[in-house]
Design a protein around this ligand. Sequence first.
Ligand code: HEC
Length: 95
Amino acid sequence: MRNLAPAISLLICLLMSNGAALAAEEPCAATLNANCQACHSKARICQSLEKKNKGAWQRTIKNMIRKGARLSEAEGASLADCLASAPTGADFVCK
Ligand code: HEC
């Protein structure tokens, strides 16, 4: 029994972090849907998943704001986080 404790706490951690990641996607999906489709489709964004790191996404989002995308710094920062950690083909970006 004792030997299982680390495995169980690891499992709980994994489950919790997965839940947190899913919860974090929701505001990102909302930001994407509201602010990133006026000029091009989300396919444009989908193509770059796993190709840009967080810094590259921050630069891209700043660039989009310069072009006219309307989102706050805070929305941009959390969007850069989500996009940098989203896997290729992630539903909230690619569907
Ligand atoms: C005001 C119009 C506009 C809005 C709104 C907009 N974009 Fe763009 N986006 C463009 C244009 C124009 C291009 C193509 C020119 C270029 O590549 O810089 C582009 C290209 C891109 C590209 C491919 C080129 C690259 O730099 O990787 C990505 C990724 C991208 N946009 C992401 C986004 C995201 C994320 C948002 C929402 C925060 C967004 N865009 C909102 C105008 C816009």
